[in-house]
Design a protein around this ligand. Sequence first.
Ligand code: ADP
Ligand code: TRP
Length: 318
Amino acid sequence: MAEKPVLVSGVKPTGDLHIGNYFGAMRQFVELTRKGEYRPFIFVADYHALNTMQDAEEMRRRIREIVMAYLAIGLDPEQVVFFKQSDVPAHTELCWIFDTITTMPYLMRAHAFKDAEAKNKEINVGTFNYPMLMAADILLYDAKVVPVGADQKQHIEITRDTAEKFNRIFKEEVFTLPEPYIMPEVATVPGTDGQKMSKSYGNVIPLFASRDELHKRVMSIVTDSSGGRPENVYAIHKLVRSENELETIYQENEGNYKALKELLVEDLDAYFAPIRAEYEELAKDDSIVDAILAKGKQEARALSEAKMGLVRGAIGVA
Ligand code: ADP
Ligand code: TRP
């Protein structure tokens, strides 16, 4: 029997997860892995997070939060290998090797670098190098598919370029070229101000918000007074209720933004209540996350070490 194609993805433990992360990427993890067609590796990108989050206590807490979120949304630990990037040394080792075959002008074209540079001239080397660590995350496992939001598309292209370049320079097909998996309808989930929902814009609806918190965030959704449909409310609403139903509801409540927002709170609360309950259950017992990460560490190390054997051979250090 042919081996199943590998799926790899990760999330940085840098802040509260929001529904943009969920609909844009994490829900696809669940859908794609449920059918059992892939061999999934889903990790916590803690070394990527270190670029912006340099506080040990917060790092520890947020790493656990991501693993609990993975479990709460319905990923099956029997099927998925969950691990911490920092538990698998091959990621940083391969990142170094990629650094040596990649030019600075090439990395200077990355959107994330350009944005960071525009805001902060004293940008750190880790941020500049971010795409090389991400390429290592993906290529170490021969990933075929990488489910992500639209903002990560360029990173996957860089990963493909890097794989091709390595194979060409060292004249061996060591790496497999991955494909991004981006759902067009949710490629960019808008936030409460209509821009892309993002931790860094302060416009999020947190994935594990209490009802009160949901209420507060939904009431802050920006609506313009030009009448008709409040587009920013609708754009979030259609994530949790069918557009067929919404057409009627929004027509019946035309101009009544308050009522539509109340209904959105209701619908978000009902949609996420089971996930929130599961998350709260998991938070009661630290040993569940510990055991899952310990097991994943072994599996990810074994597979990535085997790959590193081929890499070291190809470059001539072994
Ligand atoms: P943030 O932009 O809030 O810092 P991350 O960079 O940690 O989020 O993203 C984790 C995953 O969620 C990535 O796959 C990313 O593409 C996806 N994602 C983040 N924000 C959105 C959004 N607004 N719409 C769709 N996907 C998103
Ligand atoms: N860069 C991704 C983000 O900001 C996180 C990430 C790191 C990732 N390594 C990855 C995603 C490998 C997919 C595959 O969300």
